[in-house]
Design a binder for this molecule. Structure first.
Ligand code: GDP
Ligand code: MN
Length: 422
């Protein structure tokens, strides 16, 4: 068709080719916008309803457990973390706790020694080492762990008291290699925390569907429970130890599942400035791990996980949507400018604009828009940082979450934007 135009001398061949590609580019842009937001969740829900597997959990199944708590300058939180473990509804004689402290300068290890002397936990081990990152610290503990099941967790995290028993019960199912629970954001008084609250409500649900269908790559480092013999060591260069574990478990032939009853909580940063840094780092870790385990993508031997879940999660991490949206917007404007838009499409665009304007009156919709925009920004930053190698296993700790969990941040008011009423 373009050659016909060429013969009349109206169009350059490359221009003709480009305009021939326009419909394809439009379709791809639309697809990249609709797949992660609407189509993937619907597809997952339909497929997991049809093909989903329930986990054959058996309550009362109590394997031996090693809980690993890596710490770097957590003196304000480590006692609370250990006291939380001491209150679990589980036979504590079967629970070994290993704290790996990477040369904290705030006396974290001394607090652990005090707790040891107090006998709060029957089997509390402290390992001191030089700082080489969180994954390296977990590796040190894995080398010493005696439990059949390992639970890696963070210092600011708290579990529901029944969670450990629930997690353990899932391993009665021989297909289960790793389990996590539902993430609850405890304090949602600032806008950044409410953003995370909604973000995790969505993430919890999506990963549960992925797990029901096959397996999820989104294991939470806060509650990261797995069969010890499946994960002898982590890659020490990782900034997403949790995803590194999830992506090791699936090729070994086991599933990573979610037990929603086993909930856990961890405070989130009180300001967007801080959340921006920590979320970008976690997203870089996600890209790093999906890239490391890319051999599983579109491999039929990994079932739904290889053919649907991993490719969709990769698409989710790639910052394509801002460009797709910009391209579609420019196409609409171009057509309007050339007066080639049909009246119908002009009406459709106007109706969409009006619909968005109206919907944005609802706080729930505004919050959903905030989640979408903020996360697209994070993925863009994360991709650039990953390409440039701007990340480190020795990352900087969030300050507001440490103060929060310490009960001292509530009055800081940092990042409060309550007048937005989202
Ligand atoms: P996030 O949960 O991904 O936001 O990461 P955090 O900065 O909160 O760290 C999670 C856990 O890993 C906390 O218990 C930290 O103290 C611990 N951690 C972070 N870096 C290191 C490290 O270099 N060595 C050790 N041993 N623990 C670390
Ligand atoms: Mn954490």
């Amino acid at each position: 068709m373009s050659s016909k135009r060429n013969s009349k001398g109206r169009r350059h061949p490359i221009g003709g080719l480009l305009s021939g590609l326009r419909p394809l580019a439009c379709s791809l842009s639309l697809f990249s916008l609709l797949w992660p937001t609407v189509l993937y969740p619907l597809t997952l829900a339909a497929l997991s309803r049809r093909f989903g597997k329930r986990t054959a959990a058996r309550s009362g199944y109590e394997p031996s457990v090693t809980i690993i708590v890596p710490t770097y300058n957590e003196a304000s939180l480590i006692r609370q973390r250990l006291a939380d473990i001491a209150a679990y509804e589980y036979d504590l004689a079967r629970v070994e706790v290993i704290v790996v402290d990477s040369g904290s300068s705030d006396g974290t290890a001394d607090v652990v020694e005090t707790v040891q002397r107090e006998g709060l936990l029957p089997r509390l081990v402290l390992i001191r080492e030089e700082r080489r990152g969180k994954a390296a610290a977990i590796n040190v503990a894995l080398g010493r762990a005696s439990g059949d099941i390992v639970v890696a967790t963070d210092a600011p995290t708290l579990f529901d008291p029944q969670a450990l028993a629930r997690l353990a019960a899932n391993f009665a199912d021989p297909s289960v290699g790793a389990v996590t629970g539902d993430f609850r954001i405890p304090d949602q008084s600032t806008l950044s925390q409410r953003e995370e609250g909604l973000f995790w409500t969505i993430r919890n649900r999506l990963r549960r569907l992925e797990a029901e269908l096959d397996s999820t790559p989104f294991l939470s480092g806060e509650m990261c429970c797995f069969r010890r013999d499946l994960v002898p060591l982590l890659d020490e260069d990782t900034v997403a130890d949790d995803m590194n574990i999830a992506l090791r478990v699936r090729p070994a032939g086991y599933r990573v599942v979610v037990d929603s009853v086993a909930s856990f909580s961890e405070p989130r940063a009180t300001s967007f400035r801080e959340l921006n840094v920590s979320k970008t780092r976690r997203a870089v870790g996600g890209i790093q791990e999906l890239f490391r385990f890319r051999r599983m993508i579109f491999r039929p031997r990994y079932g739904w996980f290889g053919m649907l879940i991993l490719p969709s999660d990769l698409l989710y991490y790639l910052p394509v949507r801002p460009f797709a949206l910009a391209f579609l917007g420019s196409e609409v404007l171009r057509r309007l400018a050339k007066r080639r838009a049909s009246p119908l499409s002009a009406i459709a665009v106007a109706a969409a604009a009006l619909g968005i304007h109206r919907a944005a009156r609802s706080p729930a919709v505004r919050r959903a828009m905030l989640v979408a925009l903020f996360n697209e920004w994070i993925f863009l930053r994360a991709f650039v940082n990953w390409v440039r190698g701007h990340y480190s296993v020795a990352w900087t700790q969030e300050q507001s979450t440490r103060r929060l969990a310490d009960g001292a941040a509530a009055d800081s008011g940092q990042g409060r934007t309550d007048e937005w009423a989202l």
